[in-house]
Design a protein around this ligand. Structure first.
Ligand SMILES: [Zn+2]
Length: 48
């Protein structure tokens, strides 16, 4: 898959697009809010 939806805007949340409190942990590149949702989906229940 070579879908480049975000182009050079890779420093923003890949879910909602904001660049506030971007978390690059685990190479998720999501903001703090979205990270919570992603974390839950991935099984990081300690963030819930
Ligand atoms: Zn977000």
């Amino acid at each position: 898959m070579t879908t480049r939806k975000y182009g050079h805007a890779s420093k923003s949340c890949k879910i909602c697009g904001t660049h506030d409190r971007l978390i690059r942990k685990y190479r998720l590149y999501v903001c703090g809010r979205c990270f919570r949702e992603v974390a839950v989906k991935m099984g990081f229940k300690k963030y819930s």
